[in-house]
Design a protein around this ligand. Structure first.
Ligand SMILES: NC(=O)C1=CN([C@@H]2O[C@H](COP(=O)(O)OP(=O)(O)OC[C@H]3O[C@@H](n4cnc5c(N)ncnc54)[C@H](O)[C@@H]3O)[C@@H](O)[C@H]2O)[C@@H](O)CC1
Ligand SMILES: [K+]
Length: 518
């Protein structure tokens, strides 16, 4: 399981550990890990650090300190390191600054004038692109040393803000960050891309877009949730020895082994009824395809049988003769162990929804079954309820703008879970699953792919999750395992090309097999 912790938890764990360690030891651990990761990115051959040109964008706090100490380590290995002080008042971690200077690095101020120049010691600036100019002097004029250094850099560390950052990048930092992004250098965010919110994944204002983020001690929720996740690039983790065991994670992501352990396996004496029957109420004369897709998902989720209720019975049977079809009300359809209701329904949705909500089995509500849903109708249930909205549906359920849900996915999924007393799977660029109390941990799906944003893909997911519910998984597990398999299926069906929802359903079995093999 990959876990992520809030800033408050990380700071508490750091405080506890720092009390047991010599002063500054934790920052040295961070800097050593950061330097090693950067050396790795510059190339594994020893000579690739020697002569490499590295620029540090340094803010006022300890995040900048990490980069300054890491820069000192790289400078001692022969890299030409230039620190650009980005803070408007040119504050920077004093110990880190001294260490960099002692190692032969140089320091310039951001958009201002040259602060201090240190001669480059022998070996710097002899990389493949030829000798580096004495950067602090090059070009002359206000702030130009910083831009020349950025233009020529092989690697740039973004150390403007880490977990202490508030709001987006300040105006003085923006042109430097954009120059770094345009330079072609590898852009490495230190702990977090500056400008993202560590706890929520929000990006309010300008923000760094990194190629790689080297994060310390614990993953922060923002690194795993869009829109911030998308700014973080590839993640690398540096273990600081923080003790987080015993503290509930804010966010967790299932890994292959976790999913493998949760997948239902039929026992020797299982028959189709013991494996569970999932009832699917979906599709209509107008949208028979939704019925077919939801059933296709349900057939791959581990239930022993799929019972279909609705007007799409002919289309379903034409494709899947193994399905039990009935045309009446859900309550008259026979016993099931879970219900899925919603995809492609017509205006008779209210009666059918009241029927399934009155049952004593888990119910998954999707798409049309979410419209006008009364919280009391859900909260009064004894069995679990799972809601699977996309951002637009979630916004309507919460009475907010869609953009608010998209920028604050974690807050939104928690609020919805609390409002309805239900497990909520919020679909989208980062799929999240919140438990019914909106508490910790929220699960984040690590297997998503943009190719899943295709018509009918959600219908497959709802059938798949409903089937996992019928097979006996707890609501949060069914939702997160379903999202995980659905993401893997989407990736393998697409393999880098557009894909239809039917292909995704067809690829679920392969995803399941792959996970089962570990
Ligand atoms: N606390 C610890 O023991 C450790 C901290 N570490 C590093 O320290 C970082 C946290 O350090 P700090 O608490 O000093 O905080 P940061 O360095 O993340 O940022 C705080 C500083 O940035 C300024 N600031 C806030 N928002 C800003 C914005 N939008 N634009 C520009 N400047 C802004 C603040 O005025 C303050 O000076 C971590 O992210 C990590 O990189 C690591 O060295 C590991 C150990
Ligand atoms: K940073």
């Amino acid at each position: 399981m990959r876990t992520a912790y809030s800033v408050e938890t990380v700071r508490n764990a750091e405080r506890e550990l720092m009390e047991r360690l010599p002063e500054g030891a934790l920052m040295q651990r961070a800097a050593a890990g950061l330097a090693a990761a950067c050396a790795d990115l510059l190339g594994r051959a020893p000579g690739r650090v020697y002569g490499a040109r590295v620029v540090l964008l340094v803010g006022a706090g300890d995040n900048g300190g990490d980069a300054l100490y890491a820069g000192a380590r790289l400078a001692r290995r022969g890299a030409g390191v230039t620190a650009v002080l980005v803070d408007a008042r040119q504050r920077a971690h004093p110990g880190g600054l001294a260490a960099l200077m002692a190692a032969g690095g140089r320091v310039v101020t951001g958009p201002h004038e040259v602060h201090e120049v240190h001669e480059v010691h022998e070996g710097h600036g002899t990389g493949a692109d030829g000798p580096a100019a004495p950067l602090a002097h090059a070009g002359g004029g206000t702030g130009s040393a910083a831009y020349v250094a950025l233009h020529r850099a092989h690697l740039v560390m973004d150390a403007i803000t880490g977990i202490g950052g508030r709001g987006g990048l300040r105006p003085e930092a923006v042109p430097l960050v954009r120059a770094a992004e345009a330079s072609g250098a590898v852009l490495v965010a230190v702990d977090l891309p500056s400008g993202v919110d560590a706890d929520s994944g929000r990006v309010d204002g300008a923000c760094v877009r990194a190629d790689v983020t080297v994060t310390f001690g614990a993953y922060k929720p923002g690194l795993l949730i869009d829109p911030a996740k998308e700014r973080a690039g590839a993640l690398r983790f540096v273990d600081l020895g923080l003790e987080t065991a015993g503290t509930p994670a804010d966010l967790e992501a299932l890994q292959h082994a976790d999913v493998a352990a949760l997948l239902p396996v039929p026992a020797a004496e299982s028959d189709k009824y013991r494996r569970g029957v999932v009832g699917v109420v979906a599709g209509s004369a107008r949208y028979p395809g939704a019925a077919v897709l939801a059933v296709a998902g349900a057939l791959h989720g581990g239930a022993g049988a799929v019972r279909y209720v609705g007007q799409g019975g002919d289309a379903v049977l034409a494709r899947f003769p193994e399905v039990l079809v009935s045309g009446g009300a859900p309550a008259d359809a026979g016993r099931v162990q879970s219900w899925v209701i919603g995809p492609g329904l017509d205006d008779r949705v209210k009666d059918a929804r009241a029927d399934v909500l009155a049952s004593d089995v888990p119910v998954l509500l999707d798409a049309d079954a979410l419209a006008g849903l009364d919280p009391q109708e859900v909260r009064g249930r004894s069995a679990p309820t799972v809601l699977t909205p996309h951002a637009g549906e979630a916004a309507r359920l919460l009475g907010v703008e869609r953009a608010e849900v998209e920028s604050g996915r974690l807050d939104s999924v928690r609020k919805l879970a609390v409002k309805y007393g239900a497990t909520v799977l919020l679909k989208g660029s980062t799929t999240l699953v919140a438990p019914p109390d909106g508490g910790r941990p929220v699960r984040v799906n690590p297997t998503g792919t943009g190719w899943l944003a295709t018509a009918g893909s959600g219908d497959v997911l709802s059938g798949l999750v409903g089937s996992l519910l019928a097979a006996g998984l707890a609501a949060v597990d069914a939702a997160s395992v379903g999202a995980y398999l659905h993401g893997l299926a989407g990736r393998s069906a697409a393999r880098g090309a557009p894909v239809g929802a039917g292909d995704v359903a067809g690829a679920v079995a392969g995803a399941w097999r792959g996970v089962g093999r570990g």
